[in-house]
Design a protein around this ligand. Structure first.
Ligand code: SAH
Length: 292
């Protein structure tokens, strides 16, 4: 449903009260809630919950549609199956192995225990960034903003980066990332830091900066993210819906970043495609908005 951004929290609470199995803010002002297929009348339940919580009328545009595949347990389990980000780079739970695994001999298998931190490797956004990391094969330092399970920072180290730094605001995610770091034997090359970009020393730059966040956070952080990329380096951005691509690229250009590659993958639950971009500081400055 579409609502004013200031009402998002109330809409989430009302969805909860109405018995939604899950709900989240898809993008600013767009909130999605999932109900069991057997739920009697989700719209009526939502209206009732809303009037119990909010003084005003209903938020705009409440719509209901059937979404296949809303078995959350199955979704979670499938997310915790071995997943190939590229033919040679796999992400698997710690105990997965042959015969169920399916990776080829010589594959690099990251061991990630799903926990409080998002990022089992199964998500389209994570896989897009992993594929770029694998294809790029740079060895310089990597920054992972919003490391979640640590999957990207750990992948960077295992692919040969001299050092990677994972930042997260969520301490539970960081604890999960620390376990995964140990599981992959890269404690000496992966640093995990509580906080966001301001937790880093000013002026420190990275050859590759990865950010799998959401559109609003990416928009807010773009200038700071751009400032952390070395000349000739890369910024991998994910977590955007395809519909948010144009606005994001306009902001990226204003921060001096040019698009090198992009990837989109449809997602039924999102009702759109997940869009990811691989960008570089534009050496000519052509991407920069001319000064007035
Ligand atoms: N990098 C992982 C996980 C992405 S989920 C992957 O690609 O699969 C996004 C993570 O970013 C969450 O763990 C969330 O806590 C964190 N996060 C959100 N906003 C942040 C911010 N401003 N600074 C640092 N971390 C943030």
């Amino acid at each position: 449903m579409r609502t004013a951004e200031r009402d998002e929290e109330t809409v989430l609470a009302a969805l909860d009260l109405a018995g939604a199995r899950g709900s989240w803010v898809v993008s600013p002002g767009v909130v999605r809630g999932y109900f069991d297929p057997g739920a009697a009348d989700p719209q009526a339940a939502f209206r009732e919950a809303w009037s119990a919580l909010a003084a005003g009328g209903l938020p705009l545009d409440v719509s209901l549609s059937d979404v296949p595949d809303t078995d959350w347990t199955a979704t979670w389990r499938s997310a915790a199956r071995p997943v190939a980000a590229t033919p040679r780079l796999w992400v698997a739970p710690p105990d997965a192995g042959p015969p169920e695994a399916g990776w080829p001999p010589g594959a690099l298998v990251l061991r990630i225990q799903p926990g409080a931190g998002f990022g089992t490797g199964g998500h389209a956004t994570t896989r897009a960034l992993l594929a770029w990391l694998d294809g790029d094969r740079g060895r310089g330092p990597v920054l992972d903003v919003g490391t979640g399970s640590g999957v990207l920072a750990i992948a960077a180290a295992r692919l040969g980066a001299v050092r990677s730094v994972g930042l997260d605001l969520d301490r539970d995610a960081l604890a999960n990332a620390a376990e995964n770091r140990a599981r992959n034997g890269v404690q000496d090359r992966v640093a995990l830091v509580a906080g966001s970009l301001e937790a880093l020393r000013p002026g420190v730059r990275f050859e590759r900066v990865l950010a799998n966040l959401d559109a609003a956070t990416l928009a807010r952080l773009l200038p700071q993210l751009a400032a952390r990329v070395t000349p000739g380096g890369r910024l991998g951005a994910a977590g955007l819906a395809a519909g948010e691509r144009a606005a994001f690229l306009a902001r990226a250009s204003a921060s001096g970043l040019a698009l090198l590659d992009e990837h989109a993958e449809a997602d039924l639950a999102l009702g759109d495609e997940w869009w990811s971009g691989w960008l570089t500081p534009d050496p000519t400055g052509a991407a920069r908005r001319p000064r007035a």
